[in-house]
Ligand binder design. Sequence first.
Ligand SMILES: Nc1ncnc2c1ncn2[C@@H]1O[C@H](COP(=O)(O)OP(=O)(O)OP(=O)(O)O)[C@@H](O)[C@H]1O
Ligand SMILES: Cc1ncc(CO)c(N)n1
Length: 270
Amino acid sequence: MSLFKALTIAGSDSGGGAGIQADLKTFQELDVYGMSVITAITAQNTLGVHAVYPQTVESVVAQLKAVAEDLKPEAVKTGMLFSKEIIQAVAEQIENYQLKNLVIDPVMIAKGGGQLLKDDAIDALCEYLLPKATLITPNLPEAMRIADMKKVETITDMKKAAKRIYHLGVKHVLIKGGHLSSDQKAIDLLYDGSTYYSVSSDRIDTKHTHGTGCTYSAAITAELAKGNELYKAVNKAKHFITCAIRHSLAIGNGIGPTNHRGHRIENKEG
Ligand SMILES: Nc1ncnc2c1ncn2[C@@H]1O[C@H](COP(=O)(O)OP(=O)(O)OP(=O)(O)O)[C@@H](O)[C@H]1O
Ligand SMILES: Cc1ncc(CO)c(N)n1
């Protein structure tokens, strides 16, 4: 049996629910060998981000080189990238090693508050990384910033934003509807430059959604690493994140994490 490998380039969440920790748990659950490049260490729990300690550009490049020269991932995701210097360095190395199946989760602000991307880094993300990516997965506030719109609150807004983001050079755009109003289904909108696809599930009534975006983009990356085409990878990942939210964990005193074993519980694998 072939062993597929996926890489996450992201920040560490000491609380274990988002960031590198969520990505590696997801890769493992989906039978993909996981590797990591850590861009920043956050002191974080279910209540919020207490502190951010970015890595140097030298550290990020050294980690990326070590992985790319030896282990050769079939797919790569980026999460928290923090600064334009880190974004530029990551983009250069992705080009240098011709890394394929790149998924960008344009992480900006943590659910409990806490800035994970500097304001002046959004332009760098659009200029250097988007043109290299297979997919970008913004939530509604992130889509609003990247598409440079005043609001993204409805399905009509999501369609407009997806088109604007597509024209920045990325191959596919998936706008996540987790932040749509609470009476609506959890509808995500996928756009490939010609067609809009709706990827939807029932909305689960829980406050424990820490790390949903990280887990979802990591699941898409794992499915791409296994050779699935994009639409199938997104649908499989949607099932994975929905199970993870349905069985999310009421731990800590704030917004608890998703349960990466949720899909096993639903499949009665224990
Ligand atoms: N209550 C919910 N019930 C079902 N699905 C949900 C719910 N909340 C979010 N989702 C789904 O979870 C996925 C992640 O979306 P979301 O918009 O929450 O990401 P995010 O804001 O980037 O998350 P985070 O910042 O915590 O990483 C999407 O598929 C979204 O539709
Ligand atoms: C390190 C990290 N990355 C991403 C998120 C997204 O919520 C988070 N809270 N923390």
